[in-house]
Structures are given as structure tokens and as C-alpha cells.
Write a protein that binds this ligand. Structure first.
Ligand code: A2P
Length: 269
């Protein structure tokens, strides 16, 4: 049996929705997996944006926001997802296999885009859990390195195993034929855990607050004069990190009014 062949569908594809084919699936833990699907020729998006994803398993499929984890130049689309045992979408999505069909609404949108930030020396991409997905896209986009000299990515998860996706992503940058050279010596990944022993422990808010973040990396403190911040994670995390950077003098930017930080507005952890 050729599993990469498209399988017949039980329900018709809704209007104005792309039906794409799963190319590969990788499971990291019992809570996290990533998958790649074919990319519709007509889909345009900016690195950092999200799309609405669903499955053809009902007359009216459930759609959820997913940040595209692959860069805008990639021929496929990559996503990084949680698995929720009774989640309306993810309880089914976690079972997809190559050859299966994934539905996608035709519009990409989002606030975590380079154009919503004014130029600066360093960009800090602060994430928890699957919130690293939009940064996986931006880290593989040459525009990020054109705009910023240094990229500091923070990823906080409960357990060490949940950090694997981010570690593999950053480790693979050097080998990337398109952007490998561009990223050389310019990307720092700061991985921390909150519920399992690891070299760096604690919530990023606490680590920035105490200053341990800066001493661990040997870097200057966050300063709106030199730095830009992008934030993606759970609702509580977004609120807390936003308050923290606002306290440091950062201001939220948008496409119409670029400024010094951006937050993912639609992300559902
Ligand atoms: P903690 O274990 O202390 O809750 P989750 O898996 O629940 O989405 O969380 C992912 C990571 O985000 C966990 O390490 C969690 O830490 C951390 N986290 C949760 N809420 C916040 C917050 N308000 N600010 C910073 N980090 C948070």
C-alpha cells in the first residue's frame, strides 16, 4: 500500500477551503507533535502568521488557529501542535498520517510579523510550549537577519522532552542551504523548564525579572533603544510578558503603526 496516496473522504470539502495532503508527521511527546502538509500554490503569507486548520471529518469541520512554522519561501507548510485528549480538533489531528487530508482556510493573518516592528540591533522571540511555532518560521526567513543583527529565542516548557522541537530547529539552521551562512553566530536559544530538572529552570518572566536570563547568556538588558520583542504562548503568558516588557518601556506595534514589541493575538495554547 502506498500511504502517500490521497485517501477517499467521507465528507465533501467545504467551499473556499484548501484541501492539502499530509507529507510527514513527527511525534515529540504524548503532548506535542509536528506535521508538514503540501502548500497550495495560491497561498501567500508572511513568516510569523497563522492559518485556520481543520479536518474533513464532519459536515461542518472544527477549525483552529495554527501558526505556520515553516518560512514563507518553503514549498511545504509545517505546524507544531499540542495533543489534547478531548480537544475538538487535536484529539483527531494527532492521529493524522502521510496521505491524509488537512483542511485550511484560504487566508493567513497575524500580528507576529517583522513589518510590525521598527528596525533595531537585537530581536527577542519569547515563547512557551507550541508558541515557538511562529518563531520557527521567522528563524528560517532571511528577512529576519536582514532586519536584526542578533536573534535571541527563549522557549519554556514543562519538561525537557518538550524542548526538542526548538533545539532541533535551531541546530538545523547552520545546515540550511538557503539561510545557514546568514544565521552563523547570530542565533541564541535559551531553553528553560518549569517542572523537570534542566540546566536553566523557571518561567521566562521570573528569569528576566531576576536578571538571571541576562547573566546566563552574558547579554545586555532588554532596552527599547536597541531591542525588539515578539511574544507567543498561552493567554496568561502573553499577558504577563506583555506587562513585563511594557514596564521596560516597550510599546506594542502593528502593521499600520510599527513599534518595539508584538504579541500573538489569536494564538490558543
Ligand atoms: P508552569 O509549569 O510554571 O505553569 P503549558 O504547557 O501549560 O502551556 O505551559 C508551557 C510553559 O509555560 C510551562 O513551562 C509553564 O510554566 C509556562 N507558563 C505558564 N504560564 C505562564 C506565565 N503566565 N508566564 C510565563 N510562563 C508561563
Amino acid at each position: 500500500i502506498n500511504t502517500a496516496e490521497a485517501k477517499p473522504l467521507a465528507f465533501p470539502i467545504p467551499a473556499n477551503v484548501y484541501a492539502e495532503t499530509v507529507v510527514s508527521v513527527k511525534h515529540y511527546t504524548d503532548r506535542l507533535f509536528s506535521f508538514r502538509i503540501t502548500r497550495p500554490q495560491s497561498l501567500r503569507f508572511r513568516s510569523g502568521e497563522f492559518v485556520m486548520i481543520g479536518l474533513p471529518n464532519a459536515e461542518k469541520p472544527v477549525f483552529r488557529a495554527y501558526s505556520v512554522a515553516s518560512p514563507a519561501w518553503d514549498e511545504e507548510l509545517e505546524f507544531f501542535s499540542i495533543k489534547v485528549p478531548d480537544g475538538p480538533l487535536t484529539q483527531h489531528l494527532q492521529k493524522i498520517q502521510p496521505g491524509d487530508t488537512v483542511l485550511m482556510r484560504q487566508k493567513a493573518t497575524g500580528t507576529l510579523v517583522l513589518d510590525a516592528l521598527t528596525p533595531a540591533k537585537r530581536v527577542f522571540m519569547i515563547s512557551t510550549g507550541t508558541g515557538i511555532a511562529p518563531f520557527a518560521s521567522l528563524l528560517r526567513d532571511p528577512d529576519t537577519y536582514e532586519k536584526f543583527e542578533q536573534v535571541i529565542v527563549t522557549h519554556t516548557c514543562r519538561d525537557v522532552a518538550e524542548l526538542t522541537y526548538g533545539k532541533e530547529l535551531v541546530a538545523a539552521l547552520a545546515q540550511d542551504p538557503l539561510i545557514g551562512e546568514l544565521t552563523h553566530g547570530r542565533v541564541t536559544l535559551y531553553s528553560t523548564t518549569t517542572r523537570e530538572e534542566s540546566p536553566y529552570m523557571g518561567r521566562i518572566t521570573a528569569l528576566i525579572g531576576s536578571g538571571k536570563f541576562y547573566t546566563d547568556l552574558g547579554i545586555d538588558k532588554l532596552d527599547p533603544a536597541n531591542d525588539r520583542v515578539m511574544i507567543c504562548g498561552s493567554m496568561h503568558m502573553l499577558k504577563d510578558v506583555k506587562e513585563l516588557v511594557e514596564g521596560l518601556g516597550f510599546e506594542e506595534g502593528s502593521l499600520s503603526q510599527p513599534s518595539t514589541f508584538v504579541v500573538e493575538r489569536a494564538f490558543v495554547g
